[in-house]
Structure formats: structure tokens, C-alpha cells
Design a protein around this ligand. Structure first.
Ligand SMILES: Nc1ncnc2c1ncn2[C@@H]1O[C@H](COP(=O)(O)OP(=O)(O)OP(=O)(O)O)[C@@H](O)[C@H]1O
Ligand SMILES: [Mg+2]
Length: 313
């Protein structure tokens, strides 16, 4: 290991600030255009929205894009998010007292480190509670007061008021049961707009794959079409597949194929293997972990069958 590496400096250089605006590559057609409009309606009416849908349909990217759009409009660039799970405690949302400072100064404002929810309340920014139904009810309850009263009680400090612009979005997969908790009825009642996202139409999904490919990777339309056929077949096979291939799987296949093509161009040699043979290897490598078969069904068998049917190999 290179002992000259200065990790403190690397940390400093790469620290993203809440107001850094990254370039989000998003396709805003089909369902995404409608969902984006609904998010704007939610903000204009002060109603809090939830994005619901299976894994990998674009819930997080849409939230990030909306928060960025909002930030540009309002010159308020604060966007915070937290992905919830069992281990998230209210203090991860709100913040906590720094033990060393608290020993010195006691339980006062100077000793308190604000968490992401509190920061967005104080600055009037956007807070995204990602995978909200993975949080325990204990943590979900922390959200009740901010969403209803636009304030929050912090032990030892008192009640803190949110700025008027504070906006809350949550995202979840309602179908997934493993590792998730029920959304408490009280929390559900505070979320007033439910925006469903599902697998996009073909044109939108192909566009998403295209914009996610590195520029020097070229995949032909016919090849993209084959990739889409495979992805779509996993979604249609509801009897054997519980969770089909997501958009991520299509992007991964196209990237692997694009890299193969780029290497071929560099070496100026064409592989002898036909596209169907090339793709079947790629499909195997990607799909194994990208689909969840129903109990008793083996992934490999489904994948073999798909490859035979669509690629004929
Ligand atoms: N409309 C879109 N435009 C561009 N890329 C998209 C779009 N929708 C999804 N993607 C891409 O698909 C992938 C999955 O999207 P994202 O992470 O937003 O899904 P998700 O619904 O939040 O998934 P999960 O439930 O697993 O958290 C990402 O690589 C993202 O860039
Ligand atoms: Mg997500």
C-alpha cells in the first residue's frame, strides 16, 4: 500500500456539499413526466408525496432530480436523504449531542450535531426518506411531528420550527415484504399523494439504457432490442419470477456489450462469435442476481430457457 496516500486530504477534496449540484442524467418521458408533474403539484399544495414501485424503476433518481429542480427554482440548494433500515434510529434523522462537547458545555445548542431531517427543516430544503418502510415504527414516528406540525421536539433543546419551504418526499417498494415494516397508519395518513412507478414503456426504457451508456460504447438498436426482449420476458413470466429484471439489469447488459464492442474496435478484430452467443454469456452473468425466482424455481433454469427462446443458443 502506498504509505504516502493522504486519506484526510482525499476526504476533504471529495466531500460533497449539500449544495453541490451534480449532473443528473434523467429521461423525463412517459411515466416519469407525469410523476414529475405530480411532485410539483405536491409541492405547490404543501401535500407530502410518496413514490412507490418495485426495485430499480427510478424512484430515487426522480426524487434527486426533483430536489435539484426545486433547489434551482428557489435558490435553496439543500437536499438531504437517508436510506432507512432496521438500524436507523431517530437520532440518525434528527441529530445528537456530541459527547465530548456535552461534557464541556452541557446539553446546549453548541453541543448538538444536526441530522439530515433537522437540517432540511432548518434550511427549508428537501428531505428524502428512501426505503421508508424499512424503518422501524420507532423511527417512523419521528416523522409524525415534522409532517403534521412542521416542528420537532429535541430533548434538552425544546421545539424547533421548520422553515416554510421544508419539503418531504419518501420512496418505498410496497410489494417487498422481507426486511420491511408496515408503514404506520399515522404516517400513512400524513402522506397524501401516492405516485406509482412501474417498469417503463419500451421507448422510455431504451432511452434510459442509451443515456446510461458511456459515450465511447456503441450498442446497435438491434442489440438493444434483444436486451429489451430478455428483460421484458422476465417481467411477463409472473408464474416463475417474483421480482423480474429491473432497469439496472438492462443497463448492465448494454454496458458489458458496449465494452466488448469497444475492445473489438481498439484491436480492430471482430469476434467470431455472433451477437446471440455474445449476449447469452452476458445475460447469464447479469441475470443470476437480477431476478428473484418464486420458491422452488431455480434461476439458472429460467435463464437457460429465456436464452434459448430469445437468442436461440
Ligand atoms: N427516468 C430515468 N432516467 C434515467 N435513468 C433512470 C431513470 N429511471 C431509472 N434510471 C436508472 O435506473 C437505475 C435505477 O434507478 P433508481 O435507483 O432511481 O431506482 P429505485 O426505484 O430507487 O430502485 P430501488 O427500489 O432499488 O432503490 C439507476 O441506474 C438510474 O440511473
Ligand atoms: Mg432507490
Amino acid at each position: 500500500m502506498n504509505s504516502k496516500l493522504n486519506f484526510k486530504k482525499l476526504l476533504e477534496d471529495n466531500l460533497l456539499q449539500a449544495h453541490d449540484s451534480e449532473d443528473i442524467k434523467i429521461v423525463l418521458s412517459g411515466q416519469y413526466e407525469k410523476a414529475f408533474e405530480l411532485l410539483k403539484d405536491a409541492e405547490a399544495t404543501g401535500l407530502f408525496p410518496a413514490l412507490v414501485g418495485p426495485p430499480g424503476v427510478g424512484k430515487t433518481i426522480l426524487c434527486r432530480y426533483f430536489a435539484q429542480h426545486r433547489a434551482k427554482e428557489q435558490k435553496n440548494t439543500n437536499f438531504y436523504w437517508l436510506t432507512m433500515d432496521e438500524s436507523i434510529k431517530p437520532s440518525h434523522l434528527l441529530g445528537s449531542f456530541d459527547p465530548a462537547l456535552t461534557l464541556q458545555k452541557g446539553f446546549c445548542i453548541e453541543s448538538f450535531n444536526s441530522g439530515p431531517l433537522l437540517k432540511s427543516m432548518l434550511t427549508g430544503g428537501t428531505f428524502l426518506a428512501n426505503e421508508i418502510n424499512r424503518a422501524t415504527e420507532y423511527s417512523q414516528n419521528t416523522l409524525l411531528e415534522p409532517l403534521e406540525e412542521r416542528s420537532i421536539g429535541i430533548p434538552h433543546l425544546g421545539r424547533i420550527k421548520a422553515k416554510n419551504d421544508f419539503f418531504f418526499i419518501c420512496a418505498m417498494n410496497l410489494e417487498e415484504l422481507a426486511g420491511t415494516h408496515r408503514l404506520s397508519e399515522a404516517l400513512k395518513d400524513r402522506i397524501k399523494i401516492w405516485i406509482r412507478l412501474t417498469y417503463p414503456d419500451k421507448a422510455t426504457e431504451l432511452e434510459i439504457i442509451r443515456i446510461n451508456l458511456p459515450e465511447h460504447f456503441t450498442v446497435s438498436e438491434a442489440e438493444l432490442d434483444l436486451i429489451y426482449q430478455i428483460i421484458e420476458a422476465t417481467r411477463k413470466n409472473k408464474t416463475e419470477i417474483e421480482i423480474p429484471a429491473s432497469i439496472r439489469a438492462g443497463i448492465a447488459m448494454a454496458k458489458l456489450l458496449g465494452r466488448k464492442r469497444a475492445l473489438e474496435n481498439e484491436k480492430a478484430v471482430k469476434e467470431n462469435a455472433s451477437i446471440n452467443v455474445l449476449l447469452s454469456d452476458i445475460v447469464k452473468n447479469v441475470l443470476i442476481g437480477s431476478i428473484k425466482p418464486r420458491p422452488g424455481i431455480i434461476s439458472d433454469d429460467i435463464i437457460e430457457m429465456l436464452i434459448k427462446k430469445i437468442l436461440g443458443t
